[in-house]
Design a protein around this ligand. Structure first.
Ligand code: FAD
Length: 321
């Protein structure tokens, strides 16, 4: 059944986040041959419309307004509701990002519809669209179908492969004028932490340190390995609580959920709350002195040893490649 599907393009620092392209790919599956419409909301974002088309959107609708310069759920929901009123889609896909997690339940409630959140896979099976999503902190997966009405889902970053970029594709990028009113929140200032390279939630390679790194300086060898592999550095809560690193690096149940291609856990015991944030990584390597550490139960490759010896050796070897 061909459907009209809206896909939100997420913009950060003037560029589309990769999850936007993954959402377009998911939107194509939901559309089943129908139309995929990219939506951009913000200030001066229309130039990004063509890129959404090159990644598979059929057309793009842009809502630009000074009050959309910074994300607020009030502002974005007004913008999105205007597009939804105009287009009357049968499907909506967002990334399961901080923004998507905040905005999607608000819109679902406004639309009196259900929401499949944090989908890691989507396929057509037996005449149904079947979404897979992790439950119980990633210990099990459930399959969900929408039996009636709007299909509204958020997708976990790094799980659904984007379509190949096709620079020859073209399509309409049109503006929709929306009067953004009555914002209950106004962002006065955004204070950013100094970014250390690759964004953790979209990184293909993560080198994570736990209490085993023993100090702030203990993260240095991990940073060097991350640099060589073009990856990001993450951490367990143990390392954050010990003040070895910032909480923005925390991975787990109360931190970020990540699914990189390669996750190297260094000096992390593998508590269930940590596994909740990384156990769906494609390849997991664990380095730990304790052969009984629980992290080895989820690891594809385990190295029993001192991380301060093993990590520099890995860095040297990868440098040769
Ligand atoms: P530890 O458990 O102390 O493990 C350190 C490991 O390092 C050990 O296995 C040790 O053998 C190894 N080691 C030591 N030295 C070396 C060395 N030189 N070389 C190699 N290995 C070495 N935790 C999270 O990570 N993320 C969360 O989101 C999270 N949320 C939580 C929510 C709640 C409600 C609760 C109660 C807990 C949460 N935790 C979370 C905490 C979690 O239970 C663990 O306490 C924490 O993950 C332990 O961190 P760790 O593995 O770094 O430390």
């Amino acid at each position: 059944m061909a459907r009209k599907v809206l896909v939100l393009g997420e913009v950060r620092d003037g560029s589309l986040r990769n999850v936007s392209f993954e959402a377009i790919a998911a939107g194509k599956t939901v559309a089943e041959g129908g139309e995929v419409i990219g939506v951009l909301a913000g200030k001066e974002v229309s130039a990004l419309g063509q890129e959404m088309i090159q990644y598979g959107a059929d057309k793009v609708i842009v809502v630009e307004h000074d009050k959309l310069d910074q994300y607020t759920s009030d502002g974005y929901s007004q913008a999105l509701m205007a597009v939804i009123d105009q287009e009357k889609p049968e499907g909506i896909i967002f990334g399961h990002t901080a923004l998507g997690k905040d905005l999607s339940p608000k819109l679902a409630s406004k639309l009196s519809t259900g929401l499949i959140s944090d989908a890691t896979d989507l396929e057509e099976a037996g005449g149904n669209l079947v979404f897979t999503r992790p439950i119980y902190s990633g210990k099990a997966f459930e399959k969900k179908i929408v039996t009636d009405g709007l299909i509204f889902a958020t997708i976990r970053p790094n799980n659904i492969e984007p379509l190949a970029k096709d620079e020859s594709r073209s399509g309409d990028v049109t503006s929709l004028s929306v009067d953004i009113t009555d914002l209950r929140t106004i962002i006065k200032d955004v204070v950013r932490k100094a970014s250390e390279g690759v964004d953790l939630s979209e990184a293909k390679v993560i080198i994570a340190g736990g209490r085993g790194v023993k100090s702030e300086d203990g993260f240095e060898p991990l940073k060097e390995l991350a640099d060589v592999l073009g990856g990001a550095v993450g951490a367990s809560r143990g390392a954050c609580d010990a003040d070895y690193c910032d909480y923005s690096l925390q991975i787990g149940q109360t931190g970020k959920v990540v699914t990189p291609d390669l996750y190297i856990a260094c000096g992390i015991s593998g508590a269930i709350q940590h596994l909740a944030g990384m156990s769906n990584s494609k390849v997991i390597v664990a380095i730990n002195k304790d052969p009984e550490a629980n992290i080895f139960n989820v690891a594809d490759y385990g190295i029993v040893g001192d991380l301060f010896e093993v990590v520099p050796m890995l860095t040297e070897e990868f440098k040769k490649l």
